[in-house]
Design a protein around this ligand. Sequence first.
Ligand SMILES: [Zn+2]
Ligand SMILES: [Zn+2]
Length: 179
Amino acid sequence: MKARMSFGPDYECKYEWDCFCQAGKSGLVLAGKDTYTTAFFEAFPSKPNCFIRGEGGTVEEAEEQCWQKYQKIRTCNHEMERRGRTDGYGYCKHCSYSAMVFEPLTKCCKCGKLTAYSKDTRGRFYCKTCRRVMPKAVTPRFYLDYKNRIPRRRKKMVKQGASMKLYGGDRYRKVKMKI
Ligand SMILES: [Zn+2]
Ligand SMILES: [Zn+2]
């Protein structure tokens, strides 16, 4: 069993993994203000379907940690908790297993179905079906232009001019003169 390395040839695993694995000698970890590099080993088992990561001074150490986590996950009597997440994703209290195990706590603002599928800029949720009617995000340009917007009276004239233009002829010219 081999794990794919970020750089260089594959790594020969110590354990018999039955899933895709990848590893690296110097992975960058961003943990708040602290940034550090570490050797890592990541496994993507299908039973249960999850992601496990081990870290250590060397890839061997990282694999060891990852394997121990995997053994624990396989024998653990999971007790899942949300840890502040509302989308249905849960973490086990006893091991490093985490997965989508709950119903979301948020509801679709159109049909009321429990969903965390999509969220608009005002924080309202939409299910997969209702997502079609979700308003498009307001572009920041709108706010930038807001202060320099055309005075209302003048805007009305421009609008009038534009609609008059459709009719053509003298009336358009007259409106244009007024501006
Ligand atoms: Zn567990
Ligand atoms: Zn819906």
